[in-house]
Design a protein around this ligand. Structure first.
Ligand code: ZN
Length: 125
């Protein structure tokens, strides 16, 4: 893009509620609602003794129901924002990176939201 920020969707406003402050200043941006740090903050507020995303992945891998529920919720919110991008660009492929990209309930929720909210012609292939 013109200023090198093309593809940056993590600071787009989401329909969720922010639990951490984000430098971008956008109320309820995706990162402050559904990013790894936001999910960790939610679990910490609920009394979980975790320090970061690595602990979050470990809890999910161990099958912690509350962690998985929050990851599914976050994945749905990410998928909601991502569906706008997918509908607009109709990409051949969407890839995920980072520690949470291996957490299947999280990825499945993203995929589910995209398939639910995109035109079938966009997601058929
Ligand atoms: Zn932000």
């Amino acid at each position: 893009g013109a200023s090198g920020a093309a593809g940056e969707i993590s600071h787009s406003r989401s329909s969720g509620r922010s639990v951490i402050h984000c430098w971008c200043g956008t109320p309820d941006c995706l990162e402050s609602v559904a990013g790894g740090a936001a999910i960790v903050a939610r679990l910490q507020e609920e009394g979980y003794d975790i320090g970061g995303t690595t602990d979050l992945v470990a809890l999910a891998s161990a099958g912690d129901a509350r962690t998985i529920a929050l990851l599914r919720e976050a994945g749905g919110l990410i998928g909601e924002v991502l569906s706008y991008v997918v509908n607009f660009l109709n990409p051949d492929l969407v890839t995920f990176g980072g520690q949470l990209s291996v957490v299947q309930p999280f990825v499945a929720a993203i995929r589910g939201a995209v398939f639910q909210q995109c035109l079938p012609v966009v997601t058929d292939a």
